[in-house]
Ligand binder design. Sequence first.
Ligand SMILES: Nc1ncnc2c1ncn2[C@@H]1O[C@H](COP(=O)(O)OP(=O)(O)O)[C@@H](O)[C@H]1O
Ligand SMILES: [Mg+2]
Length: 339
Amino acid sequence: MENDRLIDSDEISEDFQTEISLRPRNFSEYVGQERIKQTLSIAIRAAQKRVESLDHVLLYGPPGLGKTTLANVISHEMKTDIKVTSGPAIEKAGDLVAILTRLQKGDILFIDEIHRLNKVSEEVLYSAMEEYRVSWVIEQGLKARSVNLGIQPFTLIGATTKYGKLSPPLRDRFGSIFRLNFYTDPEMTTILKRSSNIFKVKTEQEGLEQIAKRSRKTPRIGNRLLRRVRDFSEIESNGIINLDVVINALDQLEVDSIGLDKIDIDFLNSLIVKFGGGPVGLDTLSASINEDTGTVEDVIEPFLLNLGFISRTNRGRIATNLAYEHLGIEIDPKQGNLI
Ligand SMILES: Nc1ncnc2c1ncn2[C@@H]1O[C@H](COP(=O)(O)OP(=O)(O)O)[C@@H](O)[C@H]1O
Ligand SMILES: [Mg+2]
């Protein structure tokens, strides 16, 4: 069931190769996020001028907005190697020590889902980031001894969907912290145009704009929708992606006019109909639509928040007027919680 979900933002293996082929390599191919690109390119040029490694960078934001891509772009622009790992992949602090001690001068270490790093590994990172040293304890009991080693200057790039889950001491050790934004429709159209050139499919502007509108302002989803529409176009419109085929395909795939899919609609319906518009807690709301709270928090809610359809209060989630309007549900005048 997970894999059928169009808007699911995980890197599904089937998509993996395509995703790599679509991945921008440098700043000029990387669309949007202008402020981040400007700040980073100045930092990169300054670091290169001083022949130093770039200060540690933390990237956060919902899945599919380009964190992993940006880490690779930074490595390309710095002309340094990038080693890639993730919080859950580092089981023991020793694994992290092994990675850190093998880094060459100036290398980038990319740790995805850095909020899932265990405590001991996190502590190894502190001194590595701050003074390029690692210290950890090997063996146990009487034989226990601590080892302290210098490592090469490197740049840590951390990525996370959950900024709030990062411990403050770790957060504080990043020289720059960037939140990736959702993309505007014109930016999404540019990304889709580039992808269709790589796929070598013919497109009409209006068709691309329509996919852009329904892509949840998220490149990964846009590219996924583009591929699904391409299948339809081969059968229905001689391989040309035009407005008609896009509308037909995305309607059939149950992606609505602003990119909400069945699960988003279930979510809103539950919030509005079952819980009278809220406030209702995350756990209760997630259970009511059979989704785990992680998916709700990371995938469903950020986009609905961005649309202004829901808001998070300390008493729980509430639906806004815009959500009622989109679903065509009359607002119950007895309810006092609308904003
Ligand atoms: N700024 C961008 N410009 C063009 N394509 C992008 C951009 N950001 C992301 N993409 C596309 O979206 C896909 C998903 O991006 P990714 O970096 O894996 O997201 P994240 O790591 O934030 O989940 C990439 O493979 C790439 O094709
Ligand atoms: Mg990623």
